[in-house]
Design a binder for this molecule. Structure first.
Ligand code: SF4
Length: 628
């Protein structure tokens, strides 16, 4: 729905809008790989609004054309302080290609869902263009792509190790993670006249230094020297062992600085900031977003990613799950930064006032649905902790897993006169709700579960056990599948109690490091026994900066340096994926042959006995049709 608001309610994205504000020069120009949606879920909007809130003049150039005469890169002129680049909310390669490296035909972050508005490796492409056009203007890169490619990493799409993105992009400074706090400091330092090459003490930033002797010594942090990029290229074991430090230091309260030799330079990654305080995170969400795409897109069709979140509320950031295949903690950290109830309720009020709001909030959530307000009982213990997960292999004794504040907040949102239903669309960590697994139950878990079942499930509840094999689940840092059985019982109990029929939809991953063909066959048989026909499944995609990706590339677990089996070839990956779809006629013979060759005739019987009749029926029908 189009809304009659003046373009000046948005940050400027055209020269005309800049001039209309009476600005003849900008302090910062943001180049973004995504369309500009002025909403707190979209990185360039958050960064733009932060810069504006600090009193600086900022404009956004969304999805510039990198293939013409580069007029988009020139139209805002030369900014006084720096160019900021973010390729968007997703790594461009994940956005552009499937797990099988096939080009996608759509892009959720572009109007009309059209593909082709952002280059592969967009941060580097944009940065190189700007360095050509404006060699004397500093470039600061941030966002998912820059953040997760900040150090030597495996790039699945070109099947090789890349150095820090600072090297190829030529950018001057990299801000990793959620950039609000370092960005505020950076703006003022640069405004006070500090040249960018002298800004070397800012937390949560990374940069390349020409020589080791030039690395600042007067810092309050210890330094960990990683294996050099060159050594990683030569030795997979060195690359794997680097990752343990990278993950630990990304998630520590008192982290160390990381230094890595890259060619003849030195990459320095300063430690992250502590998790945002309630005031700080509220400050970011309370900025004057219009919560809508820029009106320039009105005629270009809706932006799918925006449609998904336009009536949703993010209650917190961070995730302490530490799943091996996930990048959330590498970007947002494992400590939870929660918004205040007031800030969330204020946003609920804003959403209810949106002209096309029909009474349904699509998500009251966060990276994991049920971690709001959770933290260590004794902070000093967390301050010294290096565990990558607070809930694996067991729920930490020090973790306060009370769901009470969440339940109370859900009820408050539920009571809003304009809210018919507020769903929890974010994935719920089901293991936190299982008594056998979560020994820290303070009595709030069942109340939460009942509240969710009765009021917050949108037809079906999706949860992510990810596998059924305990060995693979251990590699994934997920709990044993036996806990999923318990959760299912509990979930069905509450549905029955309230006369509801809301199916449980489990998510699974094939070809994750550790997973064998036989385990996939067992997965298929066990989930079939439970009455599931799986649909929410995916093949593992090795994205930069995860434990699982390091295993995929090196064959070694970065914490133990022991070998871990991984399906790598296209054929191996397809073989694993096939088992999800045992119920499809076309797969019958392939699965039967595969199981027979494994010596698992028992599974042929279990998985396919009822399919045999269906396949026969289809063959007879086909013959009859041909005769006619
Ligand atoms: S001490 Fe426990 S709760 Fe605190 S960070 Fe470590 S694992 Fe998490």
């Amino acid at each position: 729905m189009q809304v009659n608001r003046p373009p000046s309610d948005w940050l400027p994205i055209t020269r005309k809008e800049v001039l209309a504000r009476g600005w003849d020069e900008l302090d910062v120009v943001i180049i973004s790989g995504d369309a500009y949606v002025d909403h707190p879920a979209f990185g360039s909007a958050v960064i733009g609004r932060i810069i504006e809130s600090e009193g600086f003049k900022v404009a956004i150039v969304p999805q510039p054309n990198w293939q013409d005469d580069l007029r988009d890169f020139k139209k805002m002129g030369k900014p006084r302080l720096f160019f900021g680049i973010s390729s968007g909310c997703m790594d461009p390669m994940v956005n552009h290609y499937t797990a099988n490296k096939r080009k996608r035909s759509t892009d959720a972050y572009t109007p009309g869902g059209e593909a082709g508005f952002r280059p592969d490796y967009a941060t580097t492409v944009y940065s190189k263009i700007l360095k050509e056009l404006y060699p004397d203007v500093p470039i600061v890169i941030g966002g998912i792509e820059a953040s997760l490619r900040r150090v030597t990493h495996y790039d699945y799409w070109s099947n090789k190790l890349f150095p820090t993105i600072l090297k190829d992009s030529g950018a001057d400074l990299l801000v990793y993670g959620m950039g609000e706090i370092p960005l505020r400091h950076l703006l003022h330092l640069m405004n006070d006249g500090h040249p960018i090459e002298t800004i070397r003490h800012l937390r949560q930033t990374a940069f390349l230094q020409p020589g080791e002797e030039e690395i600042a010594a007067d810092v309050p942090w210890e330094t960990i020297h990683l294996h050099s990029h060159g050594r990683c290229l030569r030795n997979k074991r060195s690359f794997a062992s680097n990752f343990k430090h990278i993950e630990q230091q990304s998630n520590k309260v008192q982290a160390d600085r990381l230094v890595q030799k890259v060619g003849d330079k030195f990459l320095v990654i300063n430690p992250p900031n502590p998790p945002m305080t309630e005031n700080e995170i509220d400050g970011s969400f309370d900025l004057p977003y219009t919560r809508m795409p820029h009106p320039k897109y009105n005629k270009r069709g809706s932006i799918p990613a925006y449609e998904m979140i336009r009536f949703s509320i993010n209650m917190h950031r961070g995730c302490f799950g530490g799943c091996s295949f996930c990048t959330i903690s590498a970007h947002q950290g494992k400590f939870i930064a929660s918004r205040s109830e007031e800030s969330i309720l204020k946003e609920v009020e804003k959403v209810t006032q949106m002209p096309d709001f029909k009474g349904y909030i699509s998500d009251l959530g966060g990276p994991s649905g049920n971690m709001y307000k959770m933290k260590g009982k004794v902070q000093e213990i967390c301050d010294r902790c290096v565990a990558p997960s607070c809930i694996h292999p067991v729920v930490c004794n020090n973790l306060d897993t009370s769901h009470k504040q969440m339940t109370d907040l859900y009820r408050k949102v539920d009571k809003h006169p304009k809210v018919k239903k507020a769903f929890v669309g974010s994935g719920i960590r089901y293991d936190l709700l299982v008594d056998d697994y979560n020994k820290n139950n303070d009595g709030s878990l069942d109340e939460y579960m009942e509240q969710v079942v009765c009021r917050h499930v949108s037809g079906r509840l999706k949860v992510a056990p990810e596998h059924t094999s305990d060995a693979t689940l251990k590699v994934m840092r997920k709990p044993s599948f036996k806990h999923f059985h318990k959760f299912k019982e509990k979930y069905e109990h509450y549905n029955k109690k309230h006369g509801l029929n809301q199916p449980l939809i489990p998510y699974f991953i094939s070809s994750h490091p550790g997973s064998t063909d036989e385990e996939m066959a067992n997965l298929a048989a066990e989930t079939k026994d439970m009455g599931f026909r799986l649909e929410q499944v995916q093949g593992f995609t090795p994205t930069p900066m995860t434990v699982a990706t390091v295993i995929y590339y090196t064959g070694l677990h970065p914490y133990t340096l022991r070998p871990v089996y991984t399906a790598r070839s296209k054929k191996e990956r397809e073989n694993q994926h096939l088992f999800f779809f045992w119920y499809k006629r076309d797969n019958y013979h392939k699965i039967r042959d595969k199981l027979t060759s494994m010596g698992r005739e028992d599974l042929v019987e279990k998985l396919l006995h009822d399919r045999k009749k269906a396949v026969k029926r289809d063959i007879i029908k086909g013959r009859k049709r041909r005769k006619r």
